[in-house]
Design a protein around this ligand. Sequence first.
Ligand code: GLN
Length: 502
Amino acid sequence: MSRPQHTVAASVAALASGTVSAVELATEALARANAAADLNAFLHIDAARTLAEARDADARRQAGDAAPLLGVPVAHKDIFVTRGWRSTAGSKMLANYVSPFDATVVERLRAAGTVCVGKLNCDEFAMGSSNENSAFGPVQNPWGNAQIGARIPGGSSGGSAAAVAAGIVPATTGTDTGGSLRQPAAMTGITAIKPTYGRVSRYGMIAFASSLDQGGPMAHTAEDCAMLLDAMAGFDERDSTSLDSEKAKVSIWRAFSDIIASKRPPSLGFEGLRVGVPKEFFAEGLAADVAIRVQEAIDTFKKHGATLVDISLPRTALAIPAYYVIAPAEASSNLSRFDGMRFGHRAADFTDLNDMIAKSRAEGFGREVQRRILTGTYVLCHGYFDAYYLQAQRVRRLIAQDFQAAFQTCDLIMGPVAPTTAWKIGEKSTDPVAMYLEDIFTLGVSLAGLPGMSVPCGFDQQNLPVGLQIIGNYFDEPAMLAAAHRYQQLTDWHQQQPGGAK
Ligand code: GLN
């Protein structure tokens, strides 16, 4: 069942030993992307550009370059701007936009040697939980089939998740404002990590809600995520919220490797690890299959030495209204630049300046984005600011305090990523509130700025993947990744493939 050729670690090893070239890997990835075009995971593919990058990677290796990811094919969420490729953010507003510069994440991954295979579909401006809000059509979850119907891949990084799950590329980038790395990873059976807020530069990441947005990697394994995140993370003076503390300077890969090395077989266990299990994460609304799989995963940690601790995150449900005030408020400000003049689509017919702006925005933005802009503008209005925005900020602080109280008694927190598995395309698209409720377990982590992971932990009765969420304290990514890596040595959920062997 394993697919070593589809992991970053296996690709790095094969490239280093010379059994495969970057050009061969890129050619194969392009062929797979082409064969899986029905998924609608990719928005832009430029084979000539990809192959040029791959030839360059091979030349770098010939010249003795030892970049850690030299020749590894990846693809970027279309929220990251890329010089030479279109960057649409899944919006008609930016349908033809080509950035004159690369996002820091793109620049760093290229410096680390990766080859870009294309740009990936996502919810418009990263607003959504199903990828159905993309102006370029929904993405199919590779785990859907004729029997259970076409399924959403999760969102907003739905294309990024589907491309990894379908084995097109071993890793992709995504962004997470309220769950958009973790939830699509859970829905497609792959691994992803949202870093501590400020770890990964937001420079060149098209902004949704700046106090929450954070980029991160998606791949099959925790080990691959550790490699990718190590290359992506680090201080960037072009992002004013980028972290420059001593803790942020520690190499994620080195710290991860040290933890792994300190626990060699037969003591592969989790002795000394205190796992906090929040009772609010196992409440009404959680699908029975999801609850069982997540509980089994937590029991695996216990069986191998971890101590389980009952904890409470009493404001879990309040994260939904707080987030859906704060995120739209920031979005309404961030998206004001798309006026058809400074940035974005311009309407063809208009009478005066106001008419041009109104028509351009009405044509360029989809319904969900318009809904968020209206909500955000409303909660920031003079008369409502205190009642909504200020109140939401207070709740945000209390949520962060709840997590800190919990971390007094545990090292990592575990629970479900989402209350259900992947639903049918179209099932919730006319009910925004039903969609917002799906984010209940991921939003608090984002509001607190904490790191969170999704790790595959089994399947429901329809053979749809379930994700285990691992939440760590600030800067604890190496410990989270190491715990997930050891779990993946004990289980093979991350090695299962949709539709049999590819
Ligand atoms: N589903 C959430 C939203 O719609 C989170 C999206 C995200 O993390 N980008 O806002």
